[in-house]
Design a protein. Sequence first.
Length: 254
Amino acid sequence: MDISGNTIFIPGSTSGIGLALALELRAKGNTVIIGGRRAELLEKIAAEHPGIGTVRIDTADPASITAAAEEVLNRYPDLNVLVTMAGIMHIEDWHQPESFLASAESVVTTNVLGPIRLIAAFIEHLRAQPDATIVTVSSGLAFAPLKVTPSYNASKAAIHMLSESIRLQLTDTSVKVVELVPPSVRTELLPGQEENELAMPLDEFVAEVMALLEAEPEAKEIQVERVKFLRHGEARGDYDQVVRTLNASDPHAR
């Protein structure tokens, strides 16, 4: 993926990694459109950051995705990059179904069906572009589980394999598939995570991601150094140790 000259839609980017990445991509000379559910928050971001486009979208709602895709393509016909950023994370206790089922269903709807529906809404347009990219967002937890977030771990493992699979299918098109693999980052994804000293500072994460995108335009996965401990445990042969260390150190697992 080229670092500049793109028209990029990033749903789920009104805070955290999505917003920080949107602003950096805008600074690199891209046209950037962010999507989110709350109209007042979108208006606030647009006022604070002139030039950023905004579109209301609820990635858990198929009708909202369809309507947002139509609006984006009407307003930005040169769109060539889709970043499927939206995601949620819940702590779950799987001892009793009443304590986890609704949470698990919402995580799968947002984290798995959301990206699938987004890609379905934009793929025909992207295939018609001379150079296009789909950026998926998995997690280090796709490769080593945090015990208190089973559905999130599974949803991100699904996104990893989805990315691998559609990349193979789309090799006969102009569409590249790039998987962003974050570690734990200081965002509002879970309560208290913004203050978690074990999580990577958001500005450091985004700076390293931008540097990797610029240095490796043909990369299939974007892995900052901090995520490699989780990402490659099985290949290194120390997977069990990685899982023990992750669950002993993360405050949410206690």
